[in-house]
Design a protein around this ligand. Structure first.
Ligand SMILES: O=C(O)CCC(=O)C(=O)O
Ligand SMILES: [Fe+2]
Length: 283
């Protein structure tokens, strides 16, 4: 079954519904070309300086460049995109709040082989989350066109409802073919992997992912984004980055203070209550 495509004026509810049934959906042409140009220009020196991956999973011909919030001010618009945040908050609405899980440009160079098919939620030490309890909502923004030849992400549509720890092959997958500026949403539970790049140009995607705020983040935002940069960011983004308690109490500082106080003194809420925020609240 091919991956469904929705248009950029689709309501959040329809994206959430498709994600719930299929585990993946593409929304076409969401990011304007000028924004992508700016992100690309800001990231270029970092992409060029990033080493290729150390193993088959990371990809020996794949560069993974993180810390997008620090390195690319323009990328913050993608991190905070209303369609994405709305979808993530609703899709993970069974949790008290959500947070940013990782920000990573993934550049798959020509000659790269296909990444092993996996569930992203296996990152949590392969904990068998109950079926239907989603812990992650992921995006892959197409910085270049994604084609079957250049390594478009491969997805086993509907496999979010399958058993855990399956060993699936490329034959079981469909490519997330999409134009530059489109965004693939996929759950932490759907089986997928980066495709092989048989073209003569590099495929670049921005993998920006969100998870329930009671789990650990994959990319450590406190150490990836220097404190002096953090001090310049909107409070809403800081909260999404983890300067906020997860659920009722997780991650408070010293005398039960709201972690936002570390960057923005006076902005915090008192006691254990979760503050008003980008990530706050179910649904
Ligand atoms: O690069 C891609 O298309 C997918 C990458 C991926 O699934 C991962 O690194 O977990
Ligand atoms: Fe993945």
């Amino acid at each position: 079954m091919p991956i469904r495509h929705l248009s950029s004026d689709t309501a959040t509810d329809a994206v959430v519904a498709a994600l719930g049934s299929d585990g993946a959906v593409v929304v076409d042409l969401v990011a304007p070309p000028a924004l992508l140009d700016a992100v690309e220009a800001e990231l270029r020196p970092f992409l060029d300086a990033t080493p290729t991956g150390p193993d088959d999973f990371s990809g020996n011909r794949t560069r993974r460049t993180g810390a997008l919030i620090a390195r690319s001010p323009s990328s913050r618009q993608l991190v905070m995109h209303p369609l994405v945040l709305g979808t993530a908050q609703s899709f993970l609405g069974h949790a008290t709040n959500i947070q940013l899980h990782l920000t990573q440009a993934i550049a798959i160079a020509p000659g790269e082989s296909a990444q092993p098919i996996h569930r992203d939620q296996w990152a949590f030490d392969f904990f068998p989350f109950p079926q239907g309890y989603e812990v992650q909502c992921n995006t892959m923004w197409a910085m270049t066109d994604f084609t079957e030849e250049n390594g478009a992400t491969r997805v086993v549509v509907g496999s979010s409802h399958a058993e855990d720890k399956l060993r699936l092959e490329a034959d079981d997958t469909e490519p997330a073919v999409m134009a530059r500026g489109s965004v693939l949403f996929y759950s932490g539970s759907v089986y997928h992997g980066g495709g092989a790049n048989r073209s003569d140009a590099t495929r670049i995607g921005l993998n920006i992912t969100y998870n329930v705020a009671w789990l650990r983040q994959e990319e450590n935002q406190y150490l990836s984004v220097p404190r002096d940069v953090a001090a310049t960011l909107p409070t809403e983004l800081l909260r999404l980055m983890g300067y906020e308690r997860g659920a009722y109490a997780l991650g408070y500082i010293d005398d039960l203070r709201d972690p936002i106080e570390a960057v923005r003194p006076g902005a915090g809420s008192l006691g254990f209550a979760v503050g008003e925020s980008a990530s706050g609240g179910a649904g």
